[in-house]
Design a protein around this ligand. Structure first.
Ligand SMILES: Cc1cc2nc3c(=O)[nH]c(=O)nc-3n(C[C@H](O)[C@H](O)[C@H](O)COP(=O)(O)OP(=O)(O)OC[C@H]3O[C@@H](n4cnc5c(N)ncnc54)[C@H](O)[C@@H]3O)c2cc1C
Length: 407
């Protein structure tokens, strides 16, 4: 089957907090923007019952409410949404390709905001009970069906303990398996104190999951004491795993630079190692994975994509393919030598506007253009004809050296 091809300025992979924010920035910059989301617009945050630390919502908000607002705002700025799974990407060259089952999207920039998926324990029989058979990753989704029941929570980080406390509103017993010593948990101190005081919460310390058991549905979790290796059977109705996430980066393997755990390496502009490919949110190798930081990343990536596209256009249309020879003045407004040279350049531009096209590039605002020209010092002149850089002058730039370009 021949795939249909569609063109966009920016394609954003993933419609969570990071992708939606990037979409808001790109849409507002009037870029033709598409967000591809394979499961639920709003991403991971929609699985969270209460978000209390996102600024601007002093009463807190459910993840679904908050993400609903993000979604509405992205749509307001004209962002297109398609509910589909990205199968592959090709990032070489100026035209990037993002492919789904039916459509091949061509675009100028890609923003990877594909987040992560829950980490599994790797214990025996885990696959047999995933999702609707008793092992869950979402308290918001599955708490109500556990009303009056006994559930296990595996993990002791913020997500495990906060979602565990939420589960106590429904379940009669919430048994938490913690791999650390008695009293030691990975969550914040406030959550820890509240959880330890919660009469519905019980803790089994120094344990990891050995296996999951049950007929059709999970009914027993077998824990192993990490100190004694003793096995301990716990009867449960459901088990919630909150032991971290693994990034959704398989389709970028070998193309985009990642750390050893598969998180994408980015710089402070959210650029990956491939020009025109940005990453934002939980998919990145970064210190804090939260909605607030995903939003910051998305804003930078969206702004970066806009800059990248406009730099590509200047490079292609003004510098390389303008018909007449091009003189590029690379400068930085904060540099005294650059400022001094500015009137000389402007006089040159006026005198030779019929022979040359002069383009001034502020390297502070447009570092990408300087990088494309392969120039890392200012002031500098690049002389370009027929799409090729013929000469670069970085020293003794003056009327005489500029005039030498005429000969
Ligand atoms: C239980 C829990 C509680 C939390 N509580 C809080 C909290 O209180 N406060 C807070 O700030 N943060 C909280 N977080 C963290 C927060 O949810 C995340 O940091 C945030 O949602 C990350 O957003 P993101 O856009 O980077 O990724 P995600 O929200 O994971 O979005 C990525 C999206 O990409 C999609 N996707 C992936 N691969 C593809 C593909 N190939 N094609 C198309 N789409 C794809 C996914 O379906 C997903 O929707 C919590 C997380 C959990 C799990």
């Amino acid at each position: 089957m021949e795939k249909k091809t569609e063109q966009y300025d920016v394609v954003i992979i993933g419609g969570g907090a990071a992708g939606l924010t990037a979409g808001i920035y790109c849409g507002r910059a009037r870029l033709k923007t598409l967000i591809l989301e394979k499961s639920l617009v709003g991403g991971l945050a929609t699985y969270t019952n209460e978000i209390e630390n996102y600024p601007g919502f002093p009463e807190g908000a459910t993840g679904t409410e908050l993400m609903g607002l993000f979604h509405k705002q992205a749509k307001k700025f004209g962002v297109d949404f398609k509910m589909t799974d990205v199968k592959s990407v090709s990032v070489d060259g100026d035209v990037k390709i993002v492919e789904t089952f039916r459509i091949r999207y061509e675009c100028k920039a890609i923003i990877i905001a594909s987040g992560g998926k829950p980490r599994l324990t790797g214990a025996q029989n885990e696959d047999k009970y995933l999702y609707d058979k008793g092992i869950s990753f979402c308290a918001t989704c599955d708490a109500a069906s556990n009303t009056g029941k006994t559930v296990m929570v595996v993990g002791s980080g913020d997500a495990a303990i906060e979602e565990g406390m939420f589960l106590t509103k429904f379940a009669d017993r919430v048994i938490v398996s913690v791999m650390h010593e008695h009293g030691k948990m990975d969550c914040n101190e406030i959550a820890k104190t509240e959880a330890l005081e919660n009469p519905k919460m019980e803790f089994i310390w120094n344990t990891v999951v050995h296996s999951f058991e049950g007929e059709e549905r999970l009914d027993t979790v077998v824990l192993r004491n990490v100190k004694t290796n003793e096995l301990h059977k716990v009867l449960v109705d459901s088990c919630f795993l909150f032991i971290g996430y693994v990034p959704n980066t398989e389709i970028f393997t070998g193309m985009i630079d990642m750390n050893r755990n598969g998180y994408i390496r980015i710089n402070d502009r959210m650029e990956t190692n491939v020009p025109g490919v940005f990453a934002a949110g939980d998919v990145c190798d970064k210190f804090l994975k939260q909605v607030a930081t995903a939003v910051g990343d998305g804003a930078i990536a969206g702004y970066g994509a806009e800059k990248y596209i406009s730099e590509c256009e200047v490079y292609e249309n003004q510098i390389l393919n303008h018909g007449k020879p091009s003189v590029v003045y690379l400068w930085n407004a904060t540099d005294a030598a650059c400022r001094e040279l500015l009137p000389v350049m402007e006089a040159f531009e006026q005198a030779h506007s019929t022979e040359f096209r002069v383009t001034k590039v502020d390297v502070y605002k447009s570092p990408g253009l300087a990088a494309r020209l392969g120039i890392d010092t200012v002031p500098a002149i690049a002389y370009v004809t027929e799409g090729k850089i013929r000469r670069v002058i970085t020293e003794n730039i003056n009327e005489a050296s500029l005039a030498s370009l005429l000969s």
